[in-house]
Design a protein around this ligand. Structure first.
Ligand code: PMV
Length: 348
């Protein structure tokens, strides 16, 4: 069993969400959380989860966005916390308070930031670490945190760094790795998140991942991905928005084609989502702005553009497309860890 310091009160992790440019879709091994392909994401800044873990008496307790999750219920985060404790050998129960700066479960990767924040805050509280370097000294470096977080939600492993993050599948579950592909500050982009629906998704991504292999489009997708990944990395290095934009739109549409052609099929897009794609492409062709879409497992597009253009793109989306519910985000520098509760009002 690892050491636990009894004088620890609480630790708070602020962890950003991430938007995949090359998507993780389908797993080679469900149990080992081994993805079918390499993926690459941009870490966000505004869309984040703030999670405080406090050593408590009794049993684990979880509050998400002010609502209590009762112990013993079949809840993703609570189940994951139990597994984490058993695997690492910590005994102290935790009171977890978590809040999202954005609507959860509708395709803005709340599970990515949520599960990465839970992993970081819980292990920091159990070990007493107050910073990422203290976590590393306690044998919980970012690579290990990523390996643990992805058991809760695959995409969570990409939320532990800033900038652009590469999750490589490797040749075996144990040889997966997560690394920084390009630091924040090198090619910063804006992400205008267009919330067309705040409804929770009908099909959890865990269920839909399993069906990917039944799609006739999945094998050709996997065969073509190494080339797309190489071209995306080049576009990032060259700070070439036009090439990057073409690649990410094709990628998002291909993932959704796999989802829709699988058995059972899942359709996350709404009619309004595809209307938006057509509208954005027309505006771009007209020369109104240079911006490109991508889409996770939900109906809400992310629009990537240069930071200087973000306000104009957002204004056009509001005025010409008629969507008001927007989050203006940018490339972020990654998670932070705090020994004291934050006074920003983010905590509950
Ligand atoms: O992390 P999960 O199991 O919720 O899978 C999410 C996968 C996508 O968000 C659709 C793509 C990705 O790579 O983030």
């Amino acid at each position: 069993m690892l050491n636990e310091r009894s004088n620890i009160v609480s630790r708070t992790a602020v962890v950003p969400s991430n938007i995949a440019l090359i998507k993780y879709w389908g797993k080679r091994d469900d149990q080992a959380q081994w993805p079918a392909n390499d993926s690459l994401s941009m870490t966000l800044s505004t869309a984040c989860t703030t999670t405080t873990a406090t050593i408590a008496d009794g049993v684990d307790e979880l509050h998400v966005d002010g609502k209590v999750v009762v112990a013993g219920t079949d809840h993703k985060a609570l189940n994951y916390l139990g597994k984490l404790r058993r695997e690492l050998g910590f005994t102290a129960p935790l009171a977890i308070r978590s809040s999202n700066s954005f609507p959860a479960d509708c395709g803005i990767a709340s599970s990515a930031s949520g599960l990465a924040a839970l992993t970081t805050a819980a292990i920091a509280a159990w070990t007493g670490a107050s910073s990422f370097s203290e976590l590393a000294a306690a044998d919980f470096g970012r690579e290990r945190l990523a390996a643990l977080a992805r058991r809760g939600s695959g995409s969570a492993c990409r939320s532990l760094h800033g900038g652009y993050v590469l999750w490589e599948a490797g040749n075996a579950p144990a040889s997966q790795s997560v690394s920084v592909a390009l630091d924040a500050g090198v090619f910063d982009l804006a992400d205008v998140i267009v919330i067309l629906s705040r409804e929770k998704k009908a099909v959890p991504s865990t269920v839909a991942h399993r069906a990917a292999w039944t799609s006739p489009l999945f094998a050709p997708r996997l065969a073509g991905l190494p080339d797309r990944m190489a071209r995306l990395k080049k576009a990032l290095r060259d700070q070439d928005l036009t090439s990057l934009g073409d690649l990410i739109e094709t990628e998002a549409l291909e993932m959704h084609a796999v989802m829709m052609s699988a058995t059972p099929a899942s359709t996350y897009m709404l009619p309004r989502t595809s209307e938006f794609f057509a509208w954005l492409r027309t505006a771009r062709r007209r020369g109104d702005f240079e911006a490109y879409f991508t889409l996770d497992a939900g109906p809400n597009p992310h629009v990537l553009c240069r930071p200087d253009d973000a306000a104009r793109v957002a204004e056009r989306i509001r005025r010409d497309f008629g969507a008001d519910d927007l989050i203006l985000d940018t490339t972020g520098t990654g998670p932070t860890l705090h020994a004291e509760p934050l006074s920003s009002g983010k905590l509950i």
